[in-house]
Ligand binder design. Structure first.
Ligand code: UD1
Length: 394
């Protein structure tokens, strides 16, 4: 079974790595890594690939940055060509970035050449790959977020939906998606964390910043809603400076954020504050070592809300909503805004962490569960002609 695993941007790499490694051990599976090139910086891509033990991508689409339509369209055009050449049996997309929806759209409309070599544009007479979405069903119910649109479209089209939590299953059911497409497999990000726990724990990256464990906060900000508007960004800079006067903050700056800080002349506000440490984005192991050892995280990332919940570290999420509500109801996450960030920060410093029971299937075994499901896969309900190919392969 030739399986394309699509990855594009930083948060995707931690999701594809455990699955790639698990599939690589299976004789029936031929996993192929397709990198769309949405993230291309060394720090956002190559360094993280290396940490996760991923090989160089088998296929690189080299798409890069652009507006939403440009990026999505260019990935679709580039990936359609690859699909026709490679004819994978399955395409696995992860998360909610523009490349996730782009590859899903391209794969869902492709029609491989039929036996006589003639290409047909009608899927009823041709074949297309099965499409599986890993991290399906998450919803912020905020359609101003580009990722929410990507999640909705991907989940409507994909044939197989692997969810990280029970609330995600319920979201999909309430949108009318057939229950036999949905499988609650667990949180794949925790697989990466557990896979690399020894290497993460052996490091002491905080020493490079002259810090001691649990004596600093870790900050990440890159959402357009926080960093694209100069007034909002300025307010955030000012409050981070105030917090850093209480506890040192390490803030690895994302390229989108850096671009905006420089463009609006806000960089000096941060850079002139002695307790704000501003490295470039860190590789996975280095960042996770900082996360393991921080007192709290301040973020607008999705993955960090989950990782802090798993590790029992307080997290303040600078967003009005989250597609990961389980991190609030069963974790350490709180939503906040510039107006209440300071107050919530003080609460955290003065209150012990409220620890919850571990969340079901956030256990480092999600990739194993997915491989078991794939082994048992019966493609019959999807495309008749796939059955022939599937039997030949097996
Ligand atoms: C993307 C995802 C977001 C994810 C985030 C993680 C979408 C809609 N957004 O947002 O869900 O949380 O990745 O980082 O898919 N840039 C570089 N180097 C790079 C990549 C980007 O300098 O390697 C700069 C470019 O100027 C680009 C900007 O950062 O215009 C934003 O990058 P983009 O990929 O458009 O979105 P992110 O903000 O990274």
């Amino acid at each position: 079974m030739r399986i394309h695993i699509i990855c594009a941007a930083r948060p995707n790499f931690m999701k594809v790595a455990p699955l790639y490694h698990a599939l690589k051990n299976e004789t029936w599976a031929q996993p192929v890594i397709v990198h769309t090139g949405q993230h291309y910086d060394l720090n956002l891509s190559d360094a993280i690939f290396k940490d996760l033990g991923l090989p160089k991508p088998d296929i690189h689409l080299g798409v890069g940055s652009g507006t939403h339509a440009e990026q999505t369209g260019q990935v679709m055009i580039a990936y359609e060509k690859v699909l026709m050449e490679e004819q994978p049996d399955m395409v696995i997309v992860v998360g909610d970035v523009n490349s996730t929806v782009a590859c899903t759209l391209a794969a869902s409309k492709i029609s491989y050449p039929v036996n006589n070599g003639q290409r047909t544009t009608d899927n009823r007479h041709g074949r297309r790959p099965l499409i599986a979405h890993l991290e399906a069903g998450l919803r912020s119910f905020d359609r101003t977020m580009p990722e929410e649109i990507n999640r909705l479209v991907t989940d409507v089209i994909a044939d197989i939906l692997w969810t990280p939590s029970q609330d995600a299953v319920e979201n999909l059911i309430s949108e009318g998606i057939a229950s036999d497409k949905i499988h609650f497999v667990g949180n794949i990000m925790i697989d990466s964390l557990e896979m690399l726990r020894d290497k993460i724990e052996k490091r002491a990256v905080y020493k490079e910043f002259d810090l001691k464990p649990k004596s600093f906060g870790l900050v990440t900000l890159h959402r357009p809603s926080n960093v694209d508007n100069p007034d909002i960004l300025k307010n955030l800079c000012n409050i981070l400076v105030r917090i850093s006067n209480k506890i040192p903050l390490v803030f690895p700056v994302h390229p989108r954020t850096m671009k905006n800080l420089e463009q609006h002349n806000l960089w000096p506000i941060l850079n002139n504050s002695p307790n704000l440490l501003l490295p470039e984005p860190l590789s996975y192991i280095r960042f996770m070592n900082m996360l393991f050892n921080c007192r709290l995280a301040i973020t607008d990332s999705g993955g960090i809300q989950e990782e802090t919940t798993y590790l029992g570290i307080p997290c303040l999420t600078l967003r009005p909503n989250t597609e990961r509500p389980i991190t609030i109801t069963q974790g350490t996450n709180q939503l906040c805004d510039v107006n209440n960030l300071m107050e919530k920060f003080h609460d955290i410093l003065s209150t012990p962490v409220n620890l919850h029971e571990p969340i079901k299937y956030w256990d480092g075994k999600t990739a194993i569960r997915i491989v078991a499901l794939l082994k048992a896969l019966n493609p019959e309900p999807f495309f008749e002609i796939d059955i022939i190919r599937f039997h030949v392969i097996n």
